[in-house]
Design a protein. Structure first.
Lengths: 987, 546
């Protein structure tokens, strides 16, 4: 297999060399670049000779020197925040260039990644959002996507595990596109498809681009349904060697604790007869005992970069120690990222090599058990009178666990990629890209012989518990492309790309555990010593699976006089997961743009500086589902007695096969506009979209008989969403010393499940969102065919009887007791009704950026609006039927209940909130010495306040993505307010 | 130049594309692809035995919504009341108890689905065995015929229990064909089952030590007994003589026995203890073994309290679910050992020392757990007794099957049970055959018992009494009325999944009143065909009344 790839690569290289034409002679240009207003030298300005790959950057004095082909006649000077210039190469060889700053205009030179290449933002015809490092959140990311939370309209990034350092984010772009398929966007890091976010340190990221619509994402075919996020890391620039060191220290404080009774209050309630419970005599704040009040997180990053005009490099090393608000809940990482770029063969060959690795030591023991601890009878203690830990069969001593158990993960994630660009002719470039991504970890757990888990195990009481698990996943990608770029008759700009993509994923797991150890010496390091193994009661499992994606793709971009723009994409892709009858699919897209501001009649309007209309339509797919789903397989059905008296595994058919299984298909229409108005002070973009995902994969109920299994994995349903996204930037004040810039994003969306049936399979409704807790309350959300996603369906609260029993409205509006309620899902008879919706109707963010001289203040607000949350904590713990601790509201707002747990609109609350997400104060020292190039110090506060009427846990951390959102988590990771002190220094 | 380029590009393209298709083949590293199976006798057996592990899920109280729950929780002996914050469960237990289930009742669809799945797991190996050459499978023709007969019997059993719940159901004997099978009347289904059983008996293995936990000729006769006992209800035509004849086949050991000749166990514990694979009366059971195979009985979840392990010295607890309806306990007389041995009531003590009370974890958190013969909120002094008003200790509890003890009792007595958690679940046992034969005799006789009928019941019942007590307890033709037989059936077969059928056969199911239940409409004697299935298959007809 690998040999084949090699063969293809060499074949391709051969092809490129074959077409290599003759070389030409060179000359040298040099000069200095300064700021037009202040006259200060500009460092890192890009000097590039048009039509060649010859380019360099200015050094620390703003100087440059560049060898250019003799035939060259112009070069461009570009720098972020300045107007680019095109300068003719005249007889002289020295150029003094003054650059004019542009404040916040739609950047003339801003380049966005679009997959297998990049494009000027001005020429983009699909919905792409670009976020630069300077716009990142300063909260000290735990995951790279934290950096852009709330920054991109239409992208919801939710931390359902709060600030737990060992947790990721859930990302959803433009609503729900799938029910069972992969719902996460494709991450592409420097061209590595399916890149691992663990390999990204915030200081290494140059920018993040989001391909939001199908017309742009189609280039990634069957992995692009949930959108594509392209991450570009920082690269070296030619010039003197640079060191950049950045660091932060962060401290977190718990906030928004739910108000349960204190031990004294609990005692009073017992005394007053409000509750009939036992006073065990102690006073314990159980939740607080899990809190790591001494937490302090830190991050250090040192980047070394530099190079010549032919070779540039950047290496960065990172250390971070993230400590959670919970005890035994931490993550230490050592990361390295290296990139090398070299130009050769008379500037015709550019080779880039990137290496990244991350060593992670995570403590996975703590960070859970919140529900259990805050709802224990507070007159209990974690200890027995003799000082030993108190154990109890129906609860876990979560505090003791922290000292009697270990659970860690030792992980290494690495990636390597190489890319070679060969300029075959002036217009034709061949590129070969290959990457390897490898993620592996070893998990280990041990529970002491004296631990609760060990003592309460009845098979091997007091015998300890040891576990070890390993995981290895590898991803290979090989993607050669050819790019043809040509300007015809000065007005027709054509860029054409063709490519091939081969992607292979494999993962392997192994795990084993054992009990019955005679002492605690070995932990999980000598697993075989436990007796459970010899008695056949130890567990062991291993697994391996792989899948392959193969594609051919092409893209054509066409621009006429920078006025009329168009893009066409076609990808043909196949996956090993698809059924035999549908191995390959086609994913086309087309988009067009019209730069109105280039038209004479608009040019006359002074308020309009730039205006582009875009329209795009694209088809993408989703191959993110389980392996072997299309085959007839036999599965283990459990062990049974064989005639010889032995017990062996039994095998029977474990799925209804579906040879027609194929990808989910999304079609999306996007209409948008990008504009710059009022003397470049107002910039923005607006997008309106409608997307429909057809052939939704799900397990559909199959008629029994004649099918064996009750379900079959099939492509049946349709889900759609439509919405509007707005992003605006406004320079409110642009005084020389005082500047005030405002960024606003907003989005709204309507997501419906259009159909879930065809002539073979019928699903009239689906339910989502398990309520959990005692009483088996089932799912809170019912989505009917044709209905909106996220709808809460349930009983409508009508009051209580005089003895505290629930009353609900039936369909006729009469108040009836619970047993008279018809719970059927059939809408023609049921008493259940739509009682709310869990999906926020509006998302918005507001960034205020104030600078006064060297001082900068950033205030970032985020919010979600117009939706409902099911307050499950109140449902379970504001009801006196619970024997442990109760919410204080049990005795006021919820005092009338004398009945069991019931799900109804009584527990739905408005979830809308506005959060002061970040306030950062930065001071940039003006450095004028040889030793320090730049110095920046900042303090930042995160999650400072949440303005909401919601009474449960922090609404920001309650899931708002997927098909079952809006159910509060009884065991939510505590919300924290954090403060961070940071420093960046360059020398 | 350009032409050259196009040619090269096309060439590269072709090479790449042709390489593609093969590479998109799926690899099954940890699953079996069906075509590569049935290569030796062990593989054949592993397919033949697959439907039994599945039957564990639907025919025993396994914690799943299936046949057992539907067959017991709508009756007058068992219920799953709401207990404090637990057990409301969407009202499904109340709908069983009140007979107010809906046509789209999730639990009934789940039962249908699990049972037809089990049916498919029988048909699939029948088809596979039939289409393969015996030499390839490494079995003899006799073995092949025997496996197929056994699978057909187990399939007939599945249909029997489906018919019991739903009455009019589709009959399918091939996987996937026909695509939309149509409803057959209960009489037709009855006929199909009867003919399948009769056709399979000759080739089927006799019950023996090596056939424990599987279908056999004995199982076949037991099915015939059940069919004929209920024939009047199920087809409108009584078959009492056929019932007696089938029962006699078993009584005369014509179908074989699990441990020597089939015979009543001498006591009321051999059938339910951890070594009940040695029982003489078990005809068909699900064979669990935790000691060597980690295949454990499924019922603890259904019956056990959250801290039950402390009571019996084992390791398994439950959901504090199914309890005995108030008043059932007192239908046993005080010296009936089935009451003390099969039911749990009163203060519970730690198995380890026998004196420390087990404490509760809900209403009685930190206080002694005392099971009571009532379902009401005693903690707050309430006397309201309904399905909604339970507490964690409400109701007398299941103790019929024993899991054994993992830790020694006080002073090492009893010692650790080496067969802990190995207890089999009996589906048919000879006692039940005795009762069926006695009933057939009585019904044939206009409801009056004769000496033979009395002898059959007395042979069973006397095991529950000391010799001294038994003297006054034996039935005579005068005392063994049909009503008394129903009551005695209740005492003997409590928890065993027959109560709904008994109530229907005795005309009490929809007319009777018990505890929190009032009479329901006659059509409730059949469950509705799940609406979910009708939505998928328009050829299914809903049962009358729904």
């Amino acid at each position: 297999m690998k040999f084949k790839i090699l063969l293809k690569a060499s074949l391709f290289a051969l092809l490129c060399f074959y077409l290599l034409p003759a070389m030409a002679q060179n000359k040298t240009i040099s000069g200095k670049v300064t700021d037009l207003e202040t006259g200060t030298p500009l460092v890192g300005v890009t000097i590039a000779v048009s039509g060649t790959s010859a380019a360099t950057n200015t050094d620390v004095n703003g100087s440059f020197k560049l060898t250019v082909p003799a035939a060259s006649n112009t070069f461009t000077v570009t720098y972020v925040g300045y107007k680019p210039q095109q300068i003719s190469i005249t007889g002289t060889s020295t150029y003094n260039i003054k650059m004019e700053p542009v404040i916040n205009a739609l950047d003339e030179v801003a380049v966005v990644a679009i997959g297998y290449g990049s494009q000027s933002l001005k020429e983009v015809t699909s919905a792409v959002s670009h976020v630069d490092a300077k716009d990142f959140r300063q909260s000290g990311s735990r995951n790279a996507l934290d950096l852009i939370q709330g920054k991109v309209a239409g992208v919801n990034i939710t931390r359902t595990s709060g600030t737990n350092p060992n947790s990721g984010v859930s990302v959803q772009l433009r609503g729900v596109v799938t029910v069972t398929g992969s719902a996460s966007p494709l991450i592409v890091i420097d061209g590595i498809p399916g890149g691992n976010l663990d390999l990204l340190q915030q200081d290494d990221i140059e920018s993040i681009d989001v391909l939001k619509d199908g017309s742009g994402a189609a280039i990634y075919g069957t992995t692009a349904n949930a959108g594509v996020i392209l991450v570009t890391t920082k690269k070296g620039r030619s010039g003197p060697p640079r060191f950049d060191y950045s660091t932060y220290f962060r401290k977190e404080y718990i906030q928004r604790r739910q108000r349960f009774l204190t031990a004294d209050e609990y005692r009073q309630r017992i005394a007053s007869g409000d509750i009939v419970q036992k006073d065990f005599g102690s006073s314990t704040d159980f939740l607080d005992q899990l809190i790591n009040h001494d937490n302090l997180s830190q991050n250090h990053n040192l980047a070394l970069s530099g190079g010549t005009d032919k070779t540039t490099y950047r290496a960065s090393i990172n250390y971070r120690d993230l400590q959670g608000i919970a005890k035994a809940n931490a993550r230490k990482e050592y990361a390295l990222r290296f990139s090398l770029n070299q130009t050769g063969l008379n500037d015709r060959l550019k080779v880039q090599v990137d290496l990244a690795t991350n060593f992670n030591n995570a403590n996975l023991l703590g960070g859970s058990g919140w529900e259990e601890e805050q709802t224990k009878n507070p007159t209990l203690s974690n200890f027995n009178p003799d000082g030993s830990y108190r154990f109890d069969l129906t609860s876990t001593n979560q505090y003791a666990r922290l000292f009697q158990e270990t659970s860690y993960r030792k992980q290494q994630t690495s990636s390597a990629d190489a890319k070679a660009d060969l300029t075959i002719t002036k217009d034709l470039t061949g590129t070969v890209f290959g990457s390897v991504l490898r993620d592996s970890y070893v998990d280990g757990q041990y529970r002491l012989k004296a631990s609760e888990n060990s003592l309460e195990n009845t098979a091997f009481p007091g015998g300890g518990y040891a576990y070890r698990g390993t995981y290895l996943s590898q991803d290979f990608a090989f993607e050669p492309t050819l790019t043809y770029k040509k300007t015809i008759a000065k007005v027709h700009n054509v860029t054409a790309l063709v490519g091939y993509s081969y992607r292979y994923h494999i993962d392997e797991t192994f795990s084993a555990d054992n009990r019955g150890f005679i002492n605690d010496l070995f932990h999980e390091d000598n697993l075989a010593q436990g007796t459970a193994l010899s008695l056949g009661k130890a567990n062991e499992s291993s697994n391996k699976s792989d899948n392959t994606l193969i594609a051919l793709f092409g893209r054509v971009n066409y621009a006429f006089s920078s006025k009329y723009l168009a893009q066409f994409i076609l990808r043909r892709e196949g996956s090993s997961r698809f059924g035999d009858n549908h191995k390959f699919g086609y994913f086309p897209s087309a988009s067009a743009g019209w730069v109105l501001s280039e038209e004479g009649f608009i040019k006359q309007i002074p308020a309009i500086n730039y205006l582009k209309l875009r329209v795009g339509y694209g088809v993408t797919g989703n191959s993110g589902f389980s392996n072997l789903a299309s085959l007839v397989t036999l599965g283990g059905g459990g062990i049974y007695l064989f005639p010889d008296g032995s017990y062996n595994q039994t095998y029977g058919p474990n799925r209804n096969p579906n040879p027609d299984l194929r990808w989910e298909t999304k079609r999306e229409l996007n209409i948008g506009a990008d504009f710059t108005l009022i003397k470049n002070r107002l910039t923005g973009s607006v997008d309106v979209f409608k997307r429909t995902t057809k052939d939704l994969l799900d397990t559909y109920t199959s008629p029994q008989p004649p099918f064996i299994q009750s379900s079959i994995y099939a492509n049946v349903g349709t889900i759609s969403s439509r919405g509007i996204e707005i992003a605006l930037g406004y320079d409110a004040i642009t005084h020389k010393n005082f500047k005030w810039h405002v960024d606003v994003t907003g989005s709204t969306l309507k997501n419906t499940l259009d159909s879930y049936s065809n002539d073979q399979y019928k699903v009239l409704f689906k339910t989502f969102g398990g309520i959990g807790g005692a009483g088996a309350l089932g799912n809170a959300i019912t989505t009917y065919e044709g209905g909106e996603l996220g709808e809460f369906w349930g009983k409508r609260f009508a009051g209580f009887t005089s003895d505290g029993k629930w009353l609900f409205y039936n369909r006729n509006g009469d108040k009836v007791t619970n047993d008279k309620i018809n719970n059927s899902a059939d809408r023609s008879v049921t008493d259940l009704a739509k009682i709310g919706n869990a999906i926020p109707k509006y998302y918005a963010s507001l960034l205020n950026n104030f600078s006064y001289k060297n001082l900068n203040l950033r205030v970032f607000l985020r919010g979600k609006f117009d939706y409902d949350i099911l307050n499950t904590t109140a449902l379970s713990y504001a009801n006196k039927t619970w024997s442990g601790n109760l919410l204080k509201s049990t005795f006021d707002k919820y005092k009338d209940i004398k009945d069991t747990y019931m799900y109804s609109d009584y527990y739905l609350e408005k979830g809308s909130f506005v959060k002061i997400d970040e306030v950062t104060l930065t001071y940039n020292f003006k450095m004028n010495n040889k030793f320090i190039r730049n110095l920046r110090v900042y303090v930042s506060g995160q999650n400072l306040a949440t303005i909401t009427g919601y009474t449960g846990s922090d609404p920001d951390f309650i899931s708002d993505t997927g098909t079952g959102p809006g159910i509060d988590n009884r065991s939510a990771y505590p919300s924290t307010r954090s403060f961070l002190l940071g420093l960046n220094v360059g020398f | 130049m350009k032409n050259k380029l196009i040619i090269y590009a096309a060439l590269t393209g072709i090479i790449l594309v042709t390489a593609c298709k093969k590479q998109l083949q799926e690899h099954a590293y940890n699953s079996l692809i069906a075509d590569n199976f049935y290569n030796n006798k062990t593989e054949v057996l592993s397919a033949v035995l697959r439907p039994y592990t599945h039957a564990n899920a639907w025919v025993t109280p396994s914690g799943q919504d299936s046949w057992w729950r539907a067959a017991e929780l709508s009756g007058d002996q068992l219920a799953w009341p709401t207990k404090g914050r637990h057990g409301e469960d969407g009202g499904k237990w109340k709908r069983f108890h009140y007979h107010t289930w809906t046509t789209d009742e999730g639990g009934l669809n789940s039962a249908w689905s699990l049972m037809y799945w089990g049916m498919g797991l029988c048909t699939d190996p029948i088809e596979q065995l039939n289409k393969r050459d015996i030499s390839r499978m490494g079995i003899t023709q006799t073995e092949k015929d025997s496996y197929i007969a056994e699978l057909r019997l187990l399939r007939a059993f599945t249909y029997l229990k489906l018919m019991d719940l739903f009455g009019n159901i589709p009959i399918v004997t091939q996987i996937g064909i026909p695509a939309k099978p149509e409803t057959k009347s209960r009489a037709e289904v009855f006929k199909f089952i009867e003919s399948e059983i009769k056709a399979s008996i000759p080739a089927a293995p006799k019950l023996s030590k090596t056939q424990i936990g599987r279908m056999s000729q004995a199982g076949a006769y037991a099915m015939l007994v059940e069919l004929y006992l209920n024939a009047e209800v199920w087809t409108g035509t009584a078959r009492w003589d056929d019932c007696i004849a089938a029962a006699d086949q078993l009584i005369t050991n014509a179908g074989g026995g699990p441990n020597g000749a089939l015979a009543l166990d001498p006591n009321i514990t051999d059938q339910f203890k951890t070594t009940n694979d040695l029982s003489k009366e078990a005809i068909f059971s699900i064979a669990y073994n935790y000691s060597v195979a980690n295949f454990e009985p499924s019922w603890p979840g259904e019956f056990y309290h959250f801290k039950q392990q402390q009571i019996y010295g084992g390791g398994r607890n439950g959901n504090d679910g199914v309890v005995v309806i108030p008043g059932v306990y007192t239908t046993y007389d005080g010296v009936d050992q089935r009451r003390s041995n099969w039911l749990l009531i009163g203060t519970q003590y730690q198995f380890a020392d026998g004196v420390t009370p087990v404490t509760g974890s809900e209403e009685y958190n930190g206080q002694p757990l005392v099971f009571v013969d009532n379902i009401r909120k005693n903690k707050t002094g309430s006397t309201v007794s309904t399905m909604s008003e339970g507490e964690e200790n409400s109701g007398v509890r299941f103790n019929k099957y024993k899991l054994g003890n993992q830790i020694p009792g006080p002073g090492g007595n009893p010692p650790i049970d080496p067969n802990y958690n190995n207890t089999d679940w009996n589906i048919y046992r000879l006692t039940w055959i005795y009762f069926a034969k006695a009933e057939a005799i009585m019904r044939k006789n206009g409801g009056a018992a004769d000496a033979v009928a009395c002898q059959l019941i007395n042979d069973c019942k006397k095991r529950a009494y000391s010799t001294l007590d038994w003297a006054t307890k034996a039935y005579t033709p005068a005392t063994l009325t049909l009503d008394e037989l129903l009551a005695e059936r209740g005492r003997e077969f409590i928890f065993e999944g027959f109560r709904r059928d008994d109530l229907i056969r005795f005309g009490k199911f929809t007319t009777g009143t018990w505890w929190d239940h009032v009479p329901s409409a006659p059509f409730r004697a059949l469950y509705p065909i799940p609406q979910q299935q009708i939505n998928l298959n328009a050829n299914l007809k809903q049962n009358p009344g729904y």
